[in-house]
Design a protein around this ligand. Sequence first.
Ligand code: SF4
Length: 975
Amino acid sequence: MEKAKEKGTTIRDRHTESPVDTSPSVGDEVKCTTCYMCACRCGIKVHLQDGEIRYIQGNRDHPVNKGVLCAKGSAGIMNYKSPARLSKPLKRVGPRGSGEFKEVEWEEALETATAWLTTCRATSPHKLAFFTGRDQSQSLTSWWAQQFGTPNFSAHGGFCSVNMAAGGLYTIASAFWEFGEPDWEHTKYFLMFGVAEDHDSNPIKMGLGKLKTRGGKFVSVNPVRTGYSAIADEWIGIRPGTDGLFVMALIHELLKAGKIDEEYLVRYTNVHWLVVDNPGGADHGLYIRDDDGTAFCWDGDKQELARTDSVAAKPILAGQVTLPDGRRAVPSFQRVAERYLDEAYAPESVAETCGIPAPTIRRIAADLARVAFEETIELPIKWTDCFGRKHDKVVGRPVAMHAMRGISAHTNGFHTCRAIHILQLLLGTIDVPGGMRYKPPYPKALYSLPKPFGRDREVKPNTPLAGPHLGFPMAPEELLIGEDGQPKRIDKAFSWEAPLAIHGLMHMVIHNAWKGDPYQIDTLFLYMANMAWNSSMNTAQTMKMLTDKDPATGEYKIPRIIYSDAFYSEMVPFADLILPDTTYLERYDCISLLDRPISHADAAADGIRHPVVQPTRDVRPFQTVLLDLGARLGLPGMVKEDGGPLYPGGYADYIVNHQRRPGLGPLAGWRGEDGSEHGTGAPNPNQLDRYIENGGFWEYTIPDEHKYHRYANQGYLDWSFKIGFITNANQIVMKIYSEALQKFKLAGQGHGDIQPPERDRDRIAKYADPLPIWYPPMEESMVDGGEYPLHAITQRPMQMYHSWGSQNAWLRQITGENWLYINRAKAKELGIVNGDWVWVASHNARIKVQAKLMDGVNKNTVWTWNAIGKRPGAWNLDPEASEATRGFLLNYLISELLPADGDSYRYSNSDPLTGQAAWFDLRVRVERAADHEQGEMEPRFEPTMRPPDLPPAPKILRYGEAFRQDRARAKEPTE
Ligand code: SF4
């Protein structure tokens, strides 16, 4: 067979140069781009025949997946071919929610949006709420919102895993997934908490393969044994929401046994930094600092204060000292020891709450210590630290951990995430061989990260915000609140209700906009966020909020909704104006180091998508539309001096020519006019071609001497500073003790100029704590445990992680409906057998669904696959499709607010510090439905009207048949 010619790429498929062709080409052309069937961003090779997509294959040269492709990735063809694709801009003509639209031309659509947004920007820019879903172009979308001047922007992080991101950045100057990964080459013991494989999907798959091949151990701590947990060597079926307590018990055991890496802690963390010991005082718990801000430790040999950056000092880690000015202070490690050595964290004390026997907790702690301290790895790599000390090796403690949404999506998630990182630090496993390793551009010092913008003085008509929306507050002065202490953002991010909401609270936008709290908005602008269905809590009520009218005016409470999506999702009928997007195979994208790059521990990397096929519908890439709108609105940075569009070539033009500051653009590769510079440099008009030639990505491999201890590796820090990742090349100290959190606590206790309103005081004083605390998930502590005795959680099936898979003809065949999974023994107690229809009730609502029994689930937990259920008619599925008749959402049961407690204010159902949506705090009661109630799911929604551009829903969807026939014909003898 003649090999396909790889048009547009110089990559040679060296892997097929073998006598046995295990990877035959199936088309006449191959184009390399980046998958977007989930958040993982693997490299793909799209095989085309006569310009039609024939097959999708993993790109073996790509830094993320090295050729591995999952079911979703190969099924991308069926998303591209989906009958649910929108094909023309739409304007609502019927009542909102009905799905009654008329087709309009792009000019009319864009002029309509421009007219709405022009008025908004000229009068009250904060009345635009612009929120995006799993948007991989946030460096553009956030910048656009900033230029518009609204404080109300964020993407979906707040309802995904912001606890993990915030917990990491406030502790180890990085985070799991995009900013850090287990050292799969060397780790010997891997501990994974909760649902965690849904972001770094293929790399974890490959990593587990390496770990198991080497004989390493994989321990999964997860209430449900599915997904990657199914191949764990040990499964710990923990009770949901108790991971933090379990981790603190591990810390208790390690401290008690003295199994911690003191040298590592003193070199790289703040355990020796002195904090004021003045209970009740305004300075209690704050660092003792020099005039230049450098913290002090106490030199035990010299019995005097020493700067923490003094390598000669011999700092104490325990005890109290009296300072020359008479104040008392303790090293922050003293606080660590006091807290976690308390018997409240002893394995026996936590065992029942966590549902893990005390001997198991003790054994895991001993295993961690044994692997970390007795199975160390030494690599003969020379490096120099930031104090000028030269080292001739790096020592690795081969224990790695990973966590994402499973532990994040609780109201106690932030502290749990911090606790995991502190456990890693005590073992000395951050950025060492076998531990967790950073991915460039991380680590980044917390103090150097931006602060949020959006105070009254910063939001002015026809004026851009002077800085980004999302940032990293370190003190009450950096919150977005008014003089009355009230929130300034529509989602209340960075207010006393969620001071560290670094990704916003997308799950609260519709509720707050509907309620007019803290204010009413004018336009809700959403991009690829299915907020009328699986991306909202309290789905049925959310649909009502979207259609609710003000009785006084007869107008919708949310006056205007603009939505961009590629598909006819459940959100589409609730919008007034639809801007149809392309699929990922039909457009340019940039996976930028300014945003969420595709680096790995050994290399900085970024990538692109480019159109491998042209759209056959009247659709436009959203990013291009956004730039067009920006130009029509005259947004700074998007128009030329003569008022014309600065990027007439759309997003591709922007990717190449936009500079955030001189020399710094969306892509780091092949910069400079001739493409000879990397990292920074002038725009290169041929940059995209160079990416395409290189398989769709750019990669810079970090030299060995810069690969470890990057928080204190001078060579790495110098390079990172030079390339623009960090603002200076100083040591980045990891923060076991958080002074930032202590400042919020002090404010809650009545200290400082900026204090919370009365209502929020105790809450802030309780939850803002400089060291991780554990408390029961809030819903659990507010509802009657007898009435709602079970936990209810969800996860996506592996073949649909983060994807739009429930409408994908191939993936639907794997999971086309979902059940409520119940522990077999618990079901017996409840008189439920396999296949029974059961009522599931929460404090918010109840649903009737079908039950399945299994053993691999915590006894007090029920669970289901998420987002399989679809609204009848949506996604152009047959209204009687299994997704619409038997598939259900647990979201109906989850309230966006905490349970009512008399007349008191109802806070959002979120982590009290980060605002992370607490999807997994749900408590339910499960009962078998009466005999006459069996057989029918509840609730069921009326099918929506079909927009005019949607083709008829096909009964059978086939793809590839035509190619097969062509091939068969080609093989027929010609004589
Ligand atoms: S769907 Fe996700 S994990 Fe699968 S190939 Fe695509 S990007 Fe990778």
